[in-house]
Design a protein around this ligand. Structure first.
Ligand code: SAM
Length: 171
């Protein structure tokens, strides 16, 4: 099972139509569509114009989506309510015309803001990709922060032990 399949399976029983969710990296819109179908309201961020267009196209059926072309670092400018789930699918959009990759410092800043907006029993799910330049640095920076702050890691998922993606479920 790949990481995206794992995340969707894991979250399905945990999210319902009372919940507000935030997709911090909309990309092709696969995760955004998944969250829109499950929850009451979804905010989805991406800095890439192409990603926003793809997500808009992919979620045409959804009337509960607020799609935002801005960095997830600015999440607190747009989200003024408590959130059940933040989903970070880091890295870059494969096969996209222009390359926009998540950056370690921005991801850390967005993670801190996500914790401020998180409901008491909410979830933050992060998938890290280690194979691209900067991917490992991003993983270790956030991992260090999570360990230092003694944040609960409810589950870690990885398909194998090489450079395959790592998913963490945080509480
Ligand atoms: C791996 S893709 C996301 C895949 C997506 N969740 C899906 O289901 O298709 C990572 C995305 O993060 C976006 N991104 C990079 N830096 C960002 C930032 N600071 N704020 C928001 N999105 C960012 C990229 O443009 C890219 O579309």
């Amino acid at each position: 099972m790949n990481n995206n399949t794992f995340v969707h399976k894991y979250l399905t029983p945990l999210i319902d139509k009372n919940d507000v969710c935030v997709d911090m990296t909309a990309g092709n819109g696969n995760d955004t569509l998944f969250l829109c179908r499950l929850s009451k309201k979804v905010y989805a961020f991406d800095i890439s114009k192409e990603a926003i267009e793809k997500t808009r196209e992919r979620t045409r059926e959804c009337d509960n989506l607020i799609l935002i072309r801005d960095s997830h670092v600015n999440v607190d400018r747009y989200v003024k309510e408590k959130v059940r789930l933040f989903l970070f699918n880091l890295g870059y959009l494969p096969k996209a015309a222009s390359y926009s990759v998540t950056r370690a410092e921005d991801s850390l800043s967005a993670l801190k803001k996500a914790f401020e907006l998180l409901e008491k029993d909410g979830y933050i799910v992060i998938t890290f990709y280690l194979g691209h330049p900067g991917g490992k640095d991003e993983y270790y920076l956030l991992k260090r922060y999570i360990e230092n702050k003694k944040i609960t890691v409810q589950e870690t998922y990885r398909q194998d032990k090489s450079d395959s993606p790592i998913t963490m479920i945080l509480r």
